[in-house]
Design a protein around this ligand. Structure first.
Ligand SMILES: NC(=O)c1ccc[n+]([C@@H]2O[C@H](COP(=O)([O-])OP(=O)(O)OC[C@H]3O[C@@H](n4cnc5c(N)ncnc54)[C@H](OP(=O)(O)O)[C@@H]3O)[C@@H](O)[C@H]2O)c1
Length: 178
């Protein structure tokens, strides 16, 4: 759920001396509302998780017993460390980026609500990922790593076998307090 749908551009970030015009609100919300709408639609069409019809009238506990352990779908939402309230390295020292950071913080809580709604009932799990400071169009080519290093790291996290649901990981494999 990264790339196209949970994205924005760097001019969307909003600094302390800037106004917050409607366009920034619209673009910032793309980061949070976009992934939510995608999940909602995939679920409604039975394309992720257990088919909803199967769940009618069956308690979450019962379904977990029926389905056993493990998830049927893993959602990966691309967030950012700059939206973390607990991170001591980057977020706690950084000002600015109001629109961007608020949109990713919104995505973080949407991810949590999705886990609460869908894990037990539909075996859908959802993880937040921080791709690093990557040299892309979004950063205007600035960054600490290239796309390959970021995507290799994210793939390693997703295939690591670590518990992922409702957690926030950096491409380095470190867990981020969100
Ligand atoms: N790069 C970083 O350092 C960094 C750090 C932390 C998190 N992230 C997150 O990682 C994800 C990928 O970012 P990136 O650096 O790969 O960005 P990117 O190279 O600039 O790519 C952004 C992509 O999102 C699309 N997009 C932008 N705004 C959109 C909108 N409002 N609606 C639909 N599509 C839109 C762009 O489409 P067009 O090309 O058609 O405009 C482009 O394909 C994003 O969620 C970003 O917030 C990036």
């Amino acid at each position: 759920m990264g790339g196209k749908l949970c994205n924005e551009h760097s001019e969307n970030t909003c600094f302390i001396g800037e106004s917050w015009p409607p366009l920034k609100t619209q673009l910032a919300w793309t980061n949070a509302v976009g992934p939510f709408l995608v999940v909602q639609q995939l679920l409604a069409r039975g394309l992720i998780g257990s088919p909803p019809a199967q769940n009618l009238g069956v308690s979450a506990e019962k379904q977990q017993q029926q389905h056993g352990e493990g998830c049927s779908t893993l959602i990966a939402n691309i967030s950012s460390i700059v939206a973390s309230q607990g991170d001591q390295e980057v977020s706690s020292k950084m000002g600015g980026g109001y629109a961007y950071r608020a949109s990713k913080a919104a995505l973080n809580i949407i991810n949590k609500a999705l886990c609460n709604d869908l894990t037990a009932s539909h075996r859908v799990e959802s993880v937040l990922l921080h791709p690093g400071y990557v040299r892309t169009d979004l950063t205007g080519g600035l960054g600490a790593i290239d796309v390959r290093e970021s995507t290799d790291g994210l793939f390693a996290v997703l295939t690591s076998g670590k518990p992922l649901n409702n957690r926030f990981y950096s491409y380095t494999g470190e867990e981020i307090p969100w």
